[in-house]
Design a protein around this ligand. Structure first.
Ligand code: ATP
Ligand code: MG
Length: 650
């Protein structure tokens, strides 16, 4: 970026917290001041939410940056903190997970049940020779065994590497090899879109090139035929017959907990390493603070897959460390019908819903009458994560799902940060649609210019983190150099997040998309997010992705790929008229500089398996190049369709 980001979008609407929520909120305004007065003391207090076998001697060791150590000398067991201590406190009978399979089968799992299953799995993994420090790959659908497997690893000090169940054999074997995993835990298959899909068969293929794997432990989920080899073991014949008592041993606060590969939206996925004490502290604190979790009454539902960091921190570690009751759902939101999510909210009286902008925009496209058929009055907090949320999607979420009253918390964070970093607090913050607002207490985020200088209010630039935080990544697995280069070399002494951001006139933070995606038009840096939000604010548009394509006159020109809403006529002349109208709409909303050179109406956008738009592929199309790496793409046929449409329109 040769200059700071232009600041085009103006948003005047604000929504103060509901008075009743504010009056009872877990975290008040005072937390910001406490953390500002003494950041380390603040985090020390938060670490006190956990049960430690041995207290720490030092809160933070930052003597060898960027390699941080938090709660130095402290010892704890992560699984003990998520299970045993709740059982010991008399809450064993409480529901931990209301699980719902895609075909409609359900399981109700109490903390007692979960502790039993995790103890059995820990015992059996020990029998297989898994000890502290070993790596275990987990390739499972969204079934309770996924959480059980993760917690069993945590209990033994083995490092889990969860690989999203939608990834190919190649992606799986790369991840297994990168971490030299000894064990793979998988299932015969899982249900997706009404059909059993195979997982074991993909593991079999991956295992042709993974010399480190000694055993494959297979959960029977669908009952489909699977090939069986000498490394294979059925979960129900082993784990479920193992002894149900297991005593957890404490590990160092910096003991590795998991490796998780980033989504791969921009480049080759990085194996992000997280450790125990600091990670669990921040996962638990943020779940308590950002969602105002009341463990006695709330029903939390995070719709992410356990294969993403959101599933790690806000299905497994945060909620279970806090003794929450939650919903876990196996399948897709449109199976058997487009009302599946709202049926679930209604049935379990979900109070906290945490989902992604891609889903919110999809629900918008499907129309408001679908949620209108259900009682969603139990919802009291709505969360968003994964991409910038367009103001219109934010408003729709609050109005249509949150009956016009629930706070929407737009939470910015990354696989690397381990937990939420920038977000409103629902009982404190007067929110603005589309803004992640303020760094959480104890977090020092900033927006800086090219030189690393903090930009004034109204300015845009790069999002950075100035101080280490408890749940920060400790390195990229096996590649300290890439860790230093990727995150710590751009600006001296600051963590470079790779995202563009601006501060509005009140100093609130707006995420503007990835730095790699920022467009340079006639000497102005323009954010993809702002142009996309302008498009989505038009009533005919459901979703939009915008890229900068090389242009002889302007350097780069804006090319937009737009999905119309369901009821919009896009044939022939009507389509042409709509395109002109949208170009003018953007120019009117953001200024003539942001008027797209070209708009294509498309049926789908290329997305990663985590649902994020992959703009670099659209850039390839817009510039008539052959496509870059498509392995993390959800559906590669989408690109063929878009590319052929692009040819036609030339
Ligand atoms: P890769 O790093 O491999 O390209 P990725 O960045 O998509 O993949 P994740 O760690 O899952 O992998 O995603 C983190 C990124 O998601 C952030 O850096 C940011 O770009 C985006 N993001 C997450 N939450 C928000 C949010 N609330 N607002 C804006 N952007 C967000
Ligand atoms: Mg990233």
């Amino acid at each position: 970026m040769s200059e700071t980001l232009a600041n085009l979008l103006k948003e005047e609407r604000t929504f103060p917290p509901p008075a009743a929520l504010a009056a009872e909120a877990n975290v008040t305004d005072a937390a910001y001041q406490q953390a500002a007065d003494d950041r380390l003391a603040f985090w020390e207090t938060q670490a006190g939410r956990l049960e430690w076998s041995k207290p720490w001697d030092q809160v933070l060791d930052w003597s060898n940056p960027p390699f941080a150590k938090w709660f130095v000398g402290g010892e704890l067991n992560v699984a003990y903190n998520c299970l045993d201590r709740h059982v010991a406190a008399g809450n064993g009978g409480k529901v931990a997970i209301h699980w719902e399979g895609e075909p409609g089968d359900t399981r109700t799992i109490t903390y007692d049940d979960l502790l039993t299953s995790v103890s059995q799995a820990a015992n059996y993994l020990t029998e297989l020779g898994i000890t502290a420090g070993d790596r275990v790959a987990i390739y499972l659908p969204m079934i309770p065994e996924a959480a059980v497997a993760m917690l069993a690893c945590a209990r033994l000090g083995a490092t889990h590497s969860v690989v999203f169940g939608g990834f190919s054999a190649d992606s799986l074997s790369n991840r297994i090899n990168d971490a030299s995993a000894k064990l793979v835990i998988t299932a015969d298959g899982g249900y997706r879109r009404g059909k059993p899909s195979g997982l074991k068969s993909i593991v079999d293929e991956a295992l042709q090139s993974t010399p480190s794997v000694e055993h494959v432990l297979v959960v029977r989920r669908t009952g489909q035929e699977v090939a069986w080899g000498e490394k294979d073991l059925w979960w129900h014949e082993t784990v479920e017959r193992a002894p149900a008592e297991h005593t957890a041993q404490a590990f160092d606060a910096e003991h590795p907990l998991f490796i998780l590969y980033t989504s791969g939206t921009t480049a080759k996925p990085k194996g992000i390493l997280h450790t125990s004490g600091g990670y669990l502290t921040q996962a638990a604190y943020t779940h308590h603070a950002v969602f105002d979790l009341k463990p006695e009454t709330d029903v939390h539902w995070c719709t992410a897959d356990i294969g993403w960091v959101t599933g790690h921190s806000y299905i497994v570690y945060g909620p279970l460390a806090n003794g929450a009751t939650q919903v876990m759902y196996e399948g897709t939101p449109d199976t058997p019908s487009k009302s599946r999510f709202w049926e679930i909210v209604d049935r379990y009286k979900v109070t906290i819903l945490y989902t992604a902008p891609t889903l919110i925009r999809t629900m918008m496209k499907w129309g408001a009458d679908i949620p209108a058929g259900f009682d969603l009055s139990s919802l009291r907090i709505l969360g968003s994560v994964g991409e910038p949320i367009n103001p219109e999607a934010w408003i729709w979420y609050r109005e249509t799902i949150g009956h016009g009253t629930t706070p929407v918390v737009d939470t910015w964070w990354q696989t690397e940060t381990g937990a939420i970093m920038i977000s409103p607090l629902p009982g404190v913050t007067a929110t603005k649609p589309g803004s992640a607002m303020t760094p959480l207490p104890g977090i020092s985020a900033d927006v800086v210019d090219d030189q690393g200088k903090s930009v004034p209010n109204g300015g845009g630039g790069y999002l950075v983190l100035r101080e280490p935080w408890p749940s920060m990544l400790r390195t990229i697995w096996g590649d300290d150099n890439r860790f230093v280069e990727t995150y710590w070399s751009r600006f001296d002494g600051m963590y470079f997040a790779g995202d563009g951001a601006k501060k509005d006139d009140d100093g609130h933070i707006w995420l503007l998309g990835r730095v790699d995606d920022v467009m340079l038009v006639s000497g102005h840096n323009i954010s993809t997010t702002e142009v996309e939000s302008a498009l989505v604010s038009h009533p005919s548009v459901a979703e939009a992705a915008v890229v900068g394509a090389t242009d002889p006159t302007t350097g780069q020109a804006i090319v937009a790929f737009t999905i119309p809403r369901g009821n919009v006529d896009t044939s022939g002349e009507a389509g042409e008229a709509l395109i002109q109208e949208l170009r003018n709409h953007v120019a009117k909303t953001l200024g003539p500089i942001a008027k797209p050179r070209q708009i294509m109406l498309v049926a789908e956008l290329p997305k990663t398996r985590s649902g994020k738009i992959m703009r670099r592929l659209l850039r390839d199309v817009a510039e008539h190049r052959s496509l870059g790496d498509v392995t993390t793409l959800q559906d590669s046929t989408v690109m063929d369709l878009i590319a052929s449409g692009m040819q036609d329109s030339k």
